[in-house]
Design a binder for this molecule. Structure first.
Ligand code: MEV
Length: 475
C-alpha cells in the first residue's frame, strides 16, 4: 500500500517541519504522486503488528509516516509530534517562560502487552534507550510478550496532626476512625466529576507516629480514587477541605495537607517469560545467559549501590513514556525509589528467576500515578497524539504500558551487561552524538560515527577532522 499524494499534501501543509522530508521522499519515489513505504512496514501496518523489522534503518520521514498510518493519525495530529510546544503555549504552563526545550521522541517497537501490539513513543535524551527497550520487548515477545496488571487508581493524601490532647495518639486516632464517614463525605463533595465516574474519596486510615524529631503525631491517610487523572489537584483539594474537621475531631493541630508520591494503592505490575533460546548469543547457551541475568539481579536485590543503577535502568524505560504523555515523571521517580526501599533496605524493583526449562521469568512492580486526562496530558500539545499512538483506554492501561517498558529496559540492560557489556552498543550510539557535536550533518553523521568507532577514537577532535575531510577517513 502507498501513501497517497493527498495525505502528503496534508502533511506538507499541517506539518511544516516535515515538509522538506516529505518532499525529499516524494522526489525519490519513482511515482511522482505516491510514496511507497517499505513493503515490510506496509505488512506490519496492515497487520497492526509492532514488530517493524528494519524500522530504525528507514528515513525519519518514512518512520513518521509509518507511525501515523499505524496509529491512524490525521495530518494535524501527526504534526503535533514535532515542535508543537511553542513559547506562547508554554507561557500557559509554567512561570517566567523564555522558550521551550525539546527532547527526541523515538518509537520503541516489538511491544506486545496483554495480547495487544503497542508502538511506544519515548521522550528521552539518552542514546540506546529506545533501541534497548525495543530489543527487550523482542526478547519478551518470543515468550508471548508482557502480561501487565494495575490496581484501581487510588492515591493517598496525607493530613498531619500534631499537639494532640494529652499526647494520646490512640484516643485521637480512635475518634478520627469513628468519624470516618463524615470526613469522607466532605472529601468526596470536593469534586463533582470524579464521583460521577466512580472515583472520589474511598477510605480513611490513621497512622500513629509516636517517635518523631518533634514528638508524637498522627497522619491521616485519605484514599482517593482519581480515575484517569493523575489526580494531585483533586487529592490536595480534598486534604485541605477535611483539615478543619480533622482538627475538630482529633483536638489536634493540622499542618501538612498533601498527597503522597508513594502511591502504594496505585501500582502497576508487568511480567514476562523469555524462552532461553531467545537469549542465546555468540555461541553462549541461552540458559547460561538467563542464569547470569538472575545472578546480576541478585546483586541488586541485596546491594543498594547496584540497586540504584539497576533501578535507574528500569526508569530509563518508564520515564520516557511518562514524559511523552505529559505526566509528572518526578512523581514516578520519587514513588519508585521509595517503593524500592519499602522493607527498610533499598533493593531491585525487579525479580528474575529461571523455570525448570531454563527460561527466564521477570517481574516489575511499581507505584505509578499517571493520567490520561488533565494536567500536562492536556497542556502539552504532543501528549494527546502520543496517547493516540499508544491506544490506551485510560490511566491504568497507560501505567501497564509504562511498567512493561521498564521491565523490557531492565531485561535488555542486564542481557547486555552479562554478555558483551554495555559499552558496545552504547558507544556506537554515543559516537553519533560526538559526530553531531563535531558539526556532521545528514549522512555524514553515520559515516563519521562508524569511522570513529572503528578507529576506537570516539572524540570530538577526531570527528571534527573527519567532518572537515568530508566525513571520510584521513588517517
Ligand atoms: C544506563 O543508563 C542504565 C544501566 O546502567 C542500567 C543497569 O546497569 O542495569 C545500563
Amino acid at each position: 500500500m502507498a501513501v497517497h499524494a493527498k495525505s502528503l499534501t496534508n502533511i506538507r501543509s499541517a506539518w511544516p517541519a516535515r515538509r522538506r522530508e516529505a518532499e525529499a521522499l516524494e522526489s525519490a519515489s519513482p511515482m511522482a504522486e505516491r510514496i511507497g513505504l517499505d513493503p515490510t512496514l506496509e505488512r506490519a501496518i496492515d497487520a497492526r503488528s509492532s514488530r517493524l523489522p528494519g524500522f530504525y534503518r528507514r528515513a525519519r520521514a518514512e518512520r513518521s509516516l509509518a507511525v501515523a498510518r499505524w496509529a491512524g493519525l490525521s495530518a494535524d495530529e501527526a504534526a503535533l509530534l514535532d515542535g508543537a510546544l511553542t513559547s506562547a503555549r508554554a507561557e500557559g504552563m509554567i512561570e517566567n517562560v523564555v522558550g521551550t526545550f525539546g527532547l527526541p521522541l523515538g518509537i520503541a517497537t516489538n511491544f506486545r502487552i496483554n495480547g495487544r501490539d503497542v508502538l511506544v513513543p519515548m521522550a528521552v535524551e539518552e542514546p540506546s534507550v529506545v533501541a534497548a527497550a525495543s530489543f527487550g520487548a523482542l526478547l519478551a515477545r518470543a515468550g508471548g510478550g508482557f502480561t501487565a496488571t494495575s490496581s484501581e487508581p487510588v492515591m493517598i493524601g496525607q493530613v498531619q496532626v500534631l499537639d494532640l490532647p494529652d499526647g494520646d495518639l490512640a484516643a485521637a486516632a480512635g475518634r478520627l476512625v469513628a468519624a470516618r464517614d463524615g470526613i469522607l463525605a466532605v472529601a468526596h463533595a470536593q469534586s463533582t466529576s470524579l464521583p460521577r465516574l466512580g472515583g472520589g474519596a474511598k477510605d480513611l486510615t490513621v497512622r500513629q507516629l509516636p517517635d518523631t524529631p518533634v514528638g508524637p503525631m498522627l497522619v491521616v491517610h485519605l484514599h482517593y480514587d482519581t480515575r484517569d487523572a493523575m489526580g494531585a489537584n483533586a487529592v490536595n483539594t480534598a486534604c485541605e477541605a477535611i483539615a478543619p474537621l480533622v482538627e475538630a475531631v482529633s483536638g489536634g493541630r493540622v499542618l501538612l495537607r498533601i498527597l503522597s508520591n508513594l502511591s502504594t494503592e496505585r501500582t502497576a505490575r508487568a511480567e514476562c517469560r523469555v524462552p532461553a533460546d531467545a537469549l542465546a548469543r555468540d555461541g553462549a547457551d541461552g540458559r547460561v545467559v538467563a542464569r547470569r541475568i538472575v545472578e546480576a539481579n541478585a546483586l541488586a536485590v541485596v546491594d543498594p549501590w547496584r540497586a540504584a543503577t539497576h533501578n535507574k535502568g528500569v526508569m530509563n524505560g518508564v520515564d520516557p513514556v511518562v514524559i511523552a504523555t505529559g505526566n509528572d515523571w518526578r512523581a514516578g521517580e520519587a514513588g519508585a525509589h521509595a517503593y524500592a526501599a519499602r522493607d527498610g533496605q533499598y533493593r531491585a524493583l525487579t525479580t528474575w528467576r529461571q523455570d525448570e526449562h531454563g527460561d527466564l521469568l521477570g517481574t516489575l512492580e511499581l507505584p505509578l500515578a499517571v493520567g490520561t486526562v488533565g494536567g500536562g496530558t492536556q497542556a502539552h500539545p504532543a501528549a494527546a497524539t502520543v496517547l493516540r499512538i499508544l491506544g490506551v483506554s485510560g490511566a491504568r492501561e497507560l501505567a501497564e504500558v509504562a511498567v512493561s517498558v521498564g521491565l523490557a529496559q531492565n531485561l535488555s540492560a542486564l542481557r547486555a551487561l552479562v554478555c558483551e557489556g554495555i559499552q558496545d552498543g552504547h558507544m556506537t550510539l554515543h559516537a553519533r552524538q560526538v559526530a553531531l557535536a563535531a558539526g556532521a550533518t545528514g549522512d555524514a553523521v553515520a559515516r563519521v560515527a562508524e569511522q570513529i568507532v572503528a578507529e576506537g577514537r570516539i572524540r570530538v577532535e577526531r570527528a571534527r577532522e573527519l567532518v572537515a575531510g568530508g566525513g571520510r577517513a584521513s588517517g
